[in-house]
Design a protein around this ligand. Structure first.
Ligand SMILES: [Mn+2]
Length: 259
């Protein structure tokens, strides 16, 4: 292979499992095809949360499905391509199976990285910025060892059944609703990025969670990128060493995302 050019790739919000088995499988196959496509140029891959619409690991068992993506991720890490896996609000109950079996680094909070002299803050984006106190409280509850211990005591037929039912009945949170840009002064992640940039200047703030592709200059030299999702947009971020842009993957074709 003559391809030496190496890129950093970012994607989030695959929501595998939603809205149903067939649609999820179709999406999973598209994601695997995209991963095959980026692999020759992939220096590192960041999967930035809500990869699964619901996930819970029992001590000796995991949920059925999504096996293609798991195999594809393992293929990357086995070949020495680092994969960074963030939990999202839908799959925060990832414990040791994913890092151990797939060989990824697991993160529950935003992380700092520097690539080619450019500073990045990378995270899923849930529970950041102003407001949303109800969610911030719920996140603490779900992150507690007690609630995880209790959920593990529920039989998976019931536990995963309830999770799938509640996910289906809250489609808005699964990103099948139409998200609209509400203005730079109202977008809570843009507000968060602006605040963070006052504490420490960075070049890029990369988040998911919003299910809306965004690339916003929050300062002349600082940009907030939202990765969109793979339900509606099939968008991903690519940093070529100079700049980070959003691209879209549709039917084996990739092109720059048009806002
Ligand atoms: Mn999401």
């Amino acid at each position: 292979m003559s391809e030496n050019k190496k890129n950093i790739y970012f994607a989030s919000d695959f929501h595998l499992g939603a809205p149903n088995y067939e649609k999820s499988l179709e999406r999973e196959k598209a994601i695997c095809a995209w991963m095959d496509f980026i692999r020759p140029t992939c220096e590192e891959l960041f999967l930035v949360g809500d990869i699964f619409d619901f996930w819970f690991e029992y001590k000796h068992a995991i949920p059925k499905g999504f096996i293609r993506l798991q195999g594809k991720i393992a293929e990357f890490t086995d070949a020495g391509i680092p994969v960074h896996f963030f939990t999202g609000n839908h799959d925060m109950w990832i414990f040791d199976y994913i890092p151990k079996e797939l060989g990824v680094s697991l993160y529950r909070e935003p992380i700092e990285r520097t690539f080619n002299g450019k500073k990045f803050l990378i995270g899923h984006g849930d529970g950041l910025g102003p407001g949303d106190h109800k969610y911030k409280f719920l996140k603490k509850v779900f992150a507690s060892k007690v609630s995880q211990w209790l959920f593990a005591r529920v039989h998976p037929n019931l536990g995963i059944g309830i999770a799938n039912y509640s996910s289906r009945s809250s489609r808005a949170k699964t990103g099948t609703s139409d998200e609209k840009f509400i203005g730079i002064e109202n977008e809570w992640l843009a507000i968060y990025c602006k605040e963070q940039n006052q504490l420490q200047e960075r070049d890029y703030y990369v988040f998911g969670h919003r299910h809306l592709p965004l690339s916003i200059a929050i300062e002349p030299n600082a940009r907030y990128i939202n990765l969109g999702d793979w339900i509606k947009y099939h968008t991903y971020g690519v940093f070529d060493g100079t700049q980070l842009i959003l691209k879209t993957w549709i039917d084996s074709e990739t092109e720059e995302y048009k806002f």
